[in-house]
Design a protein around this ligand. Structure first.
Ligand code: MLT
Ligand code: MN
Length: 308
C-alpha cells in the first residue's frame, strides 16, 4: 500500500501569496477560490509512519491541518509520526519548513549531496541537531530503502534522478546561471512501496527530454511541476520580469510545454503541483483549467488523498 497526502499544492508564496492583490487573490481572501499552501507531499506505506517530501514554509500549518500527521493520542508527550524528510532542491519553498521541525524529534533527512552541502554551509539549519536528525545523501539513479533515524525500515524505496533545473534563487549570486543543469541541484523522485505501488514527484523541472520521458512512460501516477501556464505569464500580468524558463520551470501549455510533452507517454494519472499564484489553473472555471482537465490533467489541492 502507498498512502499519499498532498500537504501543499501551490508554488513558492502560496495562494494567495501574502502581498498579491489581484482578482484571484481577492477571491481567495473572500472565500470564493480555494486557498493553497506551498508544495509538499506526505507519503506512508502503513498509514502510521510518514515521510515528508519537501519541507515548505507552511509545514507547521500543514501538519496541524492533517490528522494523520498529529502525534498519536496515546503517544508520549513529545512525539510525531514523521520519520523522514526528503528534499528535491534547496529552494526556500522546499527547505524553510525544516526550521519548524526543530525540538529534538528524531528523523532522517535525505537529499542530494549538493543540497546537503547547501544546508551544511548555512548555520541556521543547525537547529536540527545531529543528535536528533541524521542527514543522509540520496544518490541519483539508485534505489534507496528509506529508514527512520534509528535504521528501522519505513517500507518505502526512493529512486532519485537529476532533472533539468538550476540552483535555488537565493543561491544564484550575480554570475551566469545554468538554467538546465543536470548536476543534482534539482531532482525528481520515484517512490515505491514493498508491494510495488509507485508514483513520481517532480515539483520542479526545466525541460522534459527523452531520458525523463522514458522514465515516465506508462507510469501509474505523476505529480509534475505546474508553476506557470505560459512562459511569459508574470510579465503579461505585470507582476514580474522573469519568464518561467529563467526560473527553471517548463510551462503547462505550449508546443514544448508539459501537457504536449506528456501526450504520448501513456501516464495513467497526471497531477499538476507547485502551481504559482499567477497560473489560471487555480481558477476553477477558467478556460485553462478546462483545457488541462480535457487533456486528462488533475490540479492538486491541499488535503488531496490518493491510495495506491
Ligand atoms: C522556484 O520554484 O522557482 C523557486 O521556489 C522560486 C523562489 O525561490 O521563490
Ligand atoms: Mn518553488
Amino acid at each position: 500500500m502507498l498512502r499519499l497526502l498532498v500537504l501543499g499544492s501551490a508554488a513558492g508564496g502560496g495562494f494567495p501569496q501574502w502581498n498579491t492583490n489581484d482578482e484571484a487573490a481577492r477571491k481567495v481572501r473572500a472565500g470564493r477560490l480555494v486557498p493553497r499552501t506551498q508544495s509538499s507531499l506526505a507519503v506512508s506505506a502503513d498509514g502510521r509512519r510518514w515521510v515528508i517530501l519537501n519541507a515548505s514554509p507552511d509545514l507547521r500549518q500543514q501538519i496541524n491541518d492533517r490528522r494523520p500527521l498529529h502525534p498519536a493520542p496515546d503517544g508520549p508527550k513529545r512525539s510525531s509520526p514523521i520519520a523522514a524528510v526528503v528534499l528535491t532542491n534547496a529552494d526556500v519553498d522546499h527547505v524553510a519548513g525544516l526550521l519548524s521541525l526543530r525540538e529534538n524529534h528524531p528523523f532522517a533527512l535525505y537529499a542530494h549531496r549538493r543540497v546537503l552541502d547547501v544546508l551544511g554551509r548555512n548555520g541556521i539549519f543547525d537547529v536540527l541537531s545531529p543528535k536528533s536528525v541524521e542527514r543522509r545523501e540520496l544518490p541519483v539513479d539508485a534505489r534507496v530503502a528509506l529508514r527512520d533515524r534509528d535504521g528501522e525500515s519505513l517500507g518505502l524505496e526512493i529512486e532519485a534522478f537529476a532533472v533539468p533545473g538550476k540552483a535555488a534563487l537565493w543561491l544564484e549570486g550575480g554570475g551566469e546561471v545554468d538554467l538546465q543543469s543536470m548536476n543534482g541541484d534539482t531532482i525528481g523522485l520515484r517512490v515505491r512501496s514493498a508491494d510495488a505501488r509507485e508514483f513520481f514527484y517532480i515539483p520542479g523541472c526545466a525541460a522534459l527530454g527523452t531520458e525523463l520521458a522514458g522514465r515516465l512512460r506508462s507510469a501509474e501516477l505523476v505529480f509534475f511541476d505546474g508553476t506557470l501556464w505560459r512562459d511569459d505569464e508574470m510579465i503579461l500580468q505585470g507582476v514580474g520580469s522573469k519568464t518561467g524558463k529563467r526560473m527553471g520551470h517548463m510551462s503547462c501549455s505550449g508546443e514544448d510545454g508539459t501537457m504536449a510533452s506528456f501526450r504520448r507517454l501513456g501516464v495513467n494519472r497526471k497531477v499538476f503541483i507547485h502551481i504559482n499564484n499567477t497560473n489560471p489553473l487555480l481558477i476553477d472555471d477558467s478556460p485553462e483549467r478546462l483545457e488541462a482537465e480535457s487533456a486528462g490533467w488533475e490540479v492538486a489541492y491541499d488535503g488531496m488523498e490518493i491510495e495506491l
